[in-house]
Design a protein around this ligand. Structure first.
Ligand code: EPU
Length: 419
């Protein structure tokens, strides 16, 4: 298994180009199942999660071509059964349910298991499909759905932890080909949902309100092929912002969308980090002295759960007491035990981390446990004294395109040791 060795203490400077968004590209690629015609998606990041999605599409019968960041999918004839061995590697594979049901009126997809960040149920997705007229059955580890009459309806997708991103995507993708009008209340407002809606609209769907809590979809008979460029990855951008705040002299992110980063830029500015934005660039300057923060994760436009671990790494060496509450995935704190091995002083009280900033972290061998936790350990390693060895880096390759090369281009000293 590959590992990443981070030699701490380098100062970062320069500019880094942000990749296309993983969490936009995944449902957009799934949406290509909705038409027989070819769709061309550009700015698709080169990540293992994307590779899994393309494998799933091929297994379902699609012709898939990939040339660097551009993927063409032609789903002329498709199967509606996705067994465990093709979906188990990635939880986001649930987002093929909506397009399969929308186009073929049936689907049998194996349920992805839980993951380290929590239980990850799909009850709200199923509630939405049932509201559209589907019968759903969970049997032998598979979700089986049939909807000979898929009809528009009003459905509220808000759960006890707020809105659901892939749940909103799934219901939207089924509803675009349902008969009549669907109103999704309690919809997720994430930019990735808006990106998917924009792609569906290019395919001929009628959707209003994406990016708000109420999405209205007028079903159409069929969709056609379309071309689309994926939006910039706001979580990758946020991770580089934190890297700049922790170890940077001046770091500029290019090809990003500053508006999508506001929920991070506002607290970082409050903490004393200097951040300036232009049309599609953001520059972060740090004088190395941040103030502590009180934060809670919330669905967009709140502070993102996908940035919680990275900010925790930053606050670990921020003088004073910071408090971070995780409202979206209350158990998403695997990075804490590893940061503590590096000398961090963090106490967990239920879904809240109390971070008492220490002067320095010290390098240590640590274990990546999920995607964002791995990023947090890399960031901690950049600033730590000595060498940090991050094991199980396949987690990081799921969601960050060439993160080691990008950080090295800014002046970091990171090596990847191939197994
Ligand atoms: N939830 C339910 N029932 C459901 C669906 C969700 O209770 O049927 C709960 C979840 O357990 C969680 C909350 O609702 O407590 C929000 O989960 P959501 O459904 O929004 O998560 P998701 O759509 O499965 C996406 C991202 C995650 C990101 C979350 C929250 C993709 C592929 N994944 O997951 O990204 O953390 O939204 O913003 O878009 C990551 O990139 O590292 C990652 C985990």
């Amino acid at each position: 298994m590959d590992k990443i060795i981070v030699h701490g203490g380098a100062t970062l400077a320069g500019s880094v180009r942000i990749s296309g968004s993983k969490n936009s590209a995944l449902p957009i690629l799934a949406a290509t199942l909705l038409t027989r015609e070819p769709c061309t998606i550009s700015r698709v990041p080169d990540l293992s999660d994307i590779h899994y999605m393309l494998t799933i599409l091929s297994e379902l019968g699609c012709e898939v071509e990939r040339a660097s960041g551009t993927v063409t999918v032609k789903a002329e004839k498709i199967r509606t059964v996705a067994p465990y061995d093709i979906v188990r590697k990635m939880r986001a594979s649930v987002c093929i349910l909506g397009p399969l049901l929308g186009r073929e009126r049936e689907a049998m997809v194996s349920l992805p298991g839980g993951c380290v960040i929590g239980d990850r149920p799909i009850d709200i997705h199923l509630k939405g499909f049932e509201a559209l007229g589907a019968t759903t059955l969970v049997e032998e580890g598979n979700v089986k759905m049939r909807a000979p009459n898929l009809r528009g309806t009003t459905v509220n997708l808000r759960g006890k932890f707020g809105s659901t991103v892939l749940g909103t995507d799934n219901i939207m993708m089924a509803a675009v080909l349902a008969e009549g009008t669907t109103i999704i209340d309690g919809a997720a407002e994430e930019p990735e949902v808006v990106d998917l809606a924009n792609f569906l609209i290019k395919m001929g769907a009628q959707i209003e309100g994406a990016g708000t809590r109420r999405i209205i979809i007028e079903g159409v008979k069929e969709l056609h092929g379309a071309k689309h460029e994926v939006i910039p990855d706001r979580i990758e951008a946020g991770t580089f912002l934190i890297a700049g705040a922790m170890a940077g002299r001046e770091v500029t992110l290019t090809r990003t969308n500053p508006e999508h980063l506001q929920s991070l830029i506002v607290p970082l500015t409050k903490a004393g980090v200097s951040i300036t934005s232009q049309a599609d660039t953001v520059t972060v300057k740090s004088n190395g002295t941040c103030r502590p923060l009180h934060l809670e994760t919330l669905p967009y436009p709140g502070f993102p759960t996908d940035m919680q671990a990275q900010v925790c790494a930053m606050l670990a060496t921020t003088d004073g007491i910071s408090v971070i509450t995780e409202n979206v995935f209350p158990h998403r704190f695997m990075h804490v035990a590893e940061l503590k091995r590096m000398g961090a002083n963090i106490e967990l009280q239920g879904p809240t981390a109390i971070v008492n900033g220490v002067r320095k972290l010290s390098g240590a061998p640590v274990m990546a446990s999920d995607l964002r936790a791995s990023a947090a350990l890399l960031l901690a390693g950049l600033q730590a004294e000595g060498t940090t060895e991050v094991n199980r880096v396949y987690h990081i390759d799921r969601g960050y395109e060439s993160i080691d090369d990008k950080l090295n281009s800014l002046g970091a000293h990171i090596e990847r040791v191939k197994a």
